[in-house]
Design a protein around this ligand. Structure first.
Ligand code: PEP
Ligand code: MN
Length: 337
């Protein structure tokens, strides 16, 4: 249930409305806009006397929310959330472009790719240190050493780093070392991990699971937000369908759907969505045209020798070209790059 207050209510008046509801076993989520404040009632609202609430002198309107996600729900929070990371913003007018290799391999590799993508206008550097591989015999990432190499690349270029966490035991370390913590598709429903990350204030890039619905995805965001961390960025990275030509099927419709349902920013990963370097450019353009707040793109200096995801990785030159071409698409959408 959400309570929309009359315009221009001050803290005192908001508090009075909340006090009048204290008898109910619910939590309160207050969202203050420029003119209007919205109070979200989280929990079992079946016992709340809606008509009585409606008659409160400071209340404009009471609405029921049937969706199970509350804190990520746009009805509770009509304005877009903009997540700040090291002086940059995700979800604002400027598109957030994250680029870098699937995995960190060597200091030279990560630093040279970081320099290249920075020159082309990337705002963040990505690189996997802990890799979720289907096979236990495949390269698992450089792990802790990979994090150290990412930090070196950050110092050299000034680009904030985005990297994937796989286990709750590393939350403290990632909280200190990393700028944006990525939750990969395979861990979207690792609820213990989500709860631990909810206790931090770190921006979390939450990828959509391989076969998860939009509602399940938003419920995973809810796990993080329920713990007190509202810095969540969603990432559509393709879902499993019957099609085998591509690695996954990019669900572009998730962008307007999320924009309608939620206030959280959403970015798109055209690399994992297709598994094919030649599809990165058209789908990056399509994502921007559909309203995405940014992109995460795999870039490798030598894709044929990449230790992970070479076939979908593009070379720095191709990334530079895509960035140049994307400018016009961004402009059409009223965004900058
Ligand atoms: C990745 O970003 O390298 C990755 C493993 O992505 P996903 O979780 O979307 O498969
Ligand atoms: Mn990858």
């Amino acid at each position: 249930m959400i309570i929309i207050l009359k315009p221009h209510m001050g803290d005192d008046q908001i508090e009075q409305v909340i006090s009048s509801l204290k008898a109910y076993d619910v939590a309160f989520d207050v969202s203050k806009g420029t003119d209007i404040t919205v109070i979200g009632l989280v929990g079992d609202t079946s016992s709340v006397d809606r008509e009585k609430v409606q008659t409160h002198p400071f209340v404009e309107r009471v609405m029921s929310v049937s969706e199970p996600f509350k804190k990520s729900n746009r009805k509770f929070h009509p304005e877009n959330t903009v997540v700040s990371v090291a002086g940059r913003q995700i979800g604002g007018k400027q598109l957030a472009i994250i680029a870098g290799p699937c995995s960190v391999e060597t200091e030279q590799q990560i630093c040279s790719i970081a320099e290249d993508v920075k020159k082309s206008g990337a705002m963040f550097l990505r690189g996997g240190a802990f890799k979720p591989r289907t096979s236990p015999y495949a390269f698992q990432g450089l792990e802790a050493e990979g994090l150290e190499l990412l930090k070196i690349a950050r110092t050299q270029t000034g680009l904030p780093i985005v990297t994937e966490i796989m286990s709750p035991k590393y939350v403290e370390r990632f909280d200190t070392d990393v700028d944006v913590i990525q939750i990969g598709a395979r861990n979207m429903q690792n609820f213990d991990l989500l709860k631990e990350l909810g206790k931090t204030k770190k921006p979390i890039l939450l990828k959509r699971g391989l076969a998860n619905t939009i509602e399940e995805w938003l419920m995973s965001a809810e796990y993080i937000m329920a713990g007190g961390n509202t810095n969540v960025i969603l990432c559509e990275r393709g879902i499993r369908t019957f099609e085998t030509y591509t690695r996954n099927t990019l669900d572009l419709s998730a962008i307007p759907a999320i924009k309608r349902l939620s206030h959280l920013p959403i970015i798109v990963d055209p690399s994992h969505a297709t598994g094919s370097s030649m599809m990165v450019e058209p789908l990056a353009k399509a994502a921007v045209a559909a309203g995405a707040d940014g992109l995460i793109i795999e870039v490798h200096n030598d894709p044929s020798c990449a230790l992970c995801d070479g076939p979908q990785s593009i070379e720095p030159k191709a990334f530079e070209r895509i960035m140049t071409q994307l400018r016009a698409y961004a402009e059409l959408e009223g965004r900058t790059l």
